[in-house]
Ligand binder design. Structure first.
Ligand code: FE2
Ligand code: FE2
Length: 306
């Protein structure tokens, strides 16, 4: 059951409210009107250990270290958009929010598993995985490509945290994931607004957008998530050894199993909008359904095989 208070992005009910952004010349606002939430806003005393699902716990531990590593991405974006102070300021605030997501998820994971040491897991992850910090140009080939890739990532995180929230029975985790999903929708709007500006400048057409988006989707099995899984879930087990393909497959299939049809449709809708596609409601429904069936097959095949 989805929350009645969801934004369209977090419920999967319809296309994001950024539709029409392509027609505006203005850049998106760089700040939030409302105060952003803090860790102290979470009712940690409401935690119920008996309601913790171990599969969700493993997913949360992995997500926590990835989110908490956001400072590196801010530095990277700072380099790529070196002469755009408005965007750099917005990216700095974005990075603070992502770091807070990591802190909230890490704190919850420590509550759910007293043996989990979030700081140690994060240190392991950072020691073994770093993005190209000193890049002066986007690894996507252009600033528009970079922003499109960020839109794909935020589409993924928005739908993923919505899915975790809807799976979770533990009330504190539900609250945290709901807050994070709303932030991710806002991040999508931030990057999408700047994408409209840079895509015009770069003349980024539909095919180029599709190529970049598919490339970023394909990176979900790369080293970042695989090593995050290892660092947060496996590394403290006796005889633990990092095997990229195995860790990537384990995490990816766990994550896939969290999604419901509404979450997949929300994801497809947000990516379609970032690609500049219009009038795609029917296509989103069909592609979302096919994608959901594919996720169900992949995740059930994995768990059946151990
Ligand atoms: Fe996040
Ligand atoms: Fe985000």
């Amino acid at each position: 059951m989805l929350h009645a208070s969801d934004t369209p992005e977090t419920s999967g009910a319809s296309a994001p409210a950024t539709a029409g952004a392509h027609h505006t010349e203005s850049r998106p606002p760089t700040g939030r009107a409302a105060r952003h939430w803090h860790l102290d806003d979470i009712d940690w005393g409401a935690f119920r250990g008996s309601a913790v699902d171990p599969r969700l716990l493993a997913a949360v531990k992995t997500a926590a270290v990835v989110e908490a590593n956001s400072a590196d991405y801010v530095r990277y974006l700072d380099n790529v958009f070196v002469d755009d102070p408005a965007f750099r300021a917005a990216a700095a605030r974005w990075g603070e929010e992502e770091a807070q997501h990591g802190a909230a998820l890490g704190r919850w994971a420590e509550l759910a598993d007293p043996e989990f040491d979030f700081a140690a897991a994060l240190a392991r992850f950072r020691a073994g995985y770093r993005i190209p910090l000193d890049a002066s140009e986007s690894v996507r080939g252009s600033r528009a490509g970079e922003l499109l890739a960020r839109c794909v990532v935020e589409s993924g995180t928005c739908s993923y945290y919505s899915a975790l929230r809807d799976r979770a029975e533990e009330p504190v985790l539900r609250d945290i994931c709901h807050r994070i999903a709303q932030d991710e929708a806002q991040h999508y709007r931030l990057f999408h607004g700047h994408l409209a500006h840079y895509a015009r400048e770069a003349g980024l057409g539909a095919w180029a957008r599709l190529r970049i988006a598919l490339g970023r989707v394909g990176e979900t099995d790369d080293d970042e998530l695989a090593y995050a899984w290892f660092s947060a879930v496996e590394a403290t087990r006796p005889g633990a050894r990092y095997e990229r393909a195995r860790c990537a497959a384990l995490y990816q299939r766990l994550a896939m199993s969290m999604y419901g049809l509404a979450h997949v449709r929300s994801l497809v809708s947000m990516i379609a909008l970032a690609l500049g596609l219009r009038g795609t409601a029917r296509l989103v429904r069909v592609v979302g359904w096919v994608g959901w069936q594919w996720l169900r097959l992949r995740s059930s095949a994995s768990f059946a095989g151990g």
